[in-house]
Design a binder for this molecule. Sequence first.
Ligand SMILES: [Zn+2]
Length: 282
Amino acid sequence: MVKLCAGFLRGCGLVLGLVSLAVRAAEPVAPTDDKLELYACSYGRSRFPETSAFRDGRKGEFVEIAWGFYVARSGAEVTLIDTGFNDPATAKKWWVKMTAEPAQLLADLKIDPAKVSRVIITHLHFDHVGNLPLFPKAQVVISRRDRDDYVNKKPLGGMIYDPRVAEILSDPARTHVIGGREMLSGGFEVEMVGGHTAGSSVVHLFHQGTHYVLAGDECYLCANQKEQRPIGQTADLKRNIAFLSRIADPAVIVLPCHDPEIFTKYPAVTPNIVRVFGPKEY
Ligand SMILES: [Zn+2]
């Protein structure tokens, strides 16, 4: 009997241990510092086919989208998540009504592009990587797969080859490539998802107890997460679905690059910039 009880207790201990491990695994490994500020910047608007935004979208219907990127700052350290683009011919081709120049948005935040320390590229499409040459000193972080597809000029939809970008991505002194999931300094955890493009990535931030996901285009809109509806433009639909289910918890705040709602949900700093979190003064 004593033996049985001891075995039972040991079993309980094991279960409790596993449960606490699971709880611990879900907790932030390296939360960001409290001084971190995060801004969403928008430089354009357009209509977008509903079938692109949602796998189950209606043919012939459109949704309004924004074109944006994110800026995170902690003291002198500035990290951009994607860069936007600034080419009038590309804007025309994609029916984008440009509302601001990405470089001007940085100036509005009193950020000198030459002093940006890091640029995380979620994927190789023109609106996420196009302005990379603006940041001569930044360390660039991108998935190995998307870096390789870019420099090898893979003829993928949404990819516009720019030799200046390829040169930066080919330079190991400038570009750090990631495989699966990697925690960068400052609490920026980059995860390669591979749903939207083969190497498409997202960035997790655990800030003051809240889990934010800068989703690149793994979510075009917050509704992709909220309603668990996969995007319509995928390299691997299953990977996008698996990602959406991993962030299904409504407590997870999703920050896509194309949802106009982001620019009304958070307090405005200027007409094209909102503060997701951080101090009121900057
Ligand atoms: Zn995009």
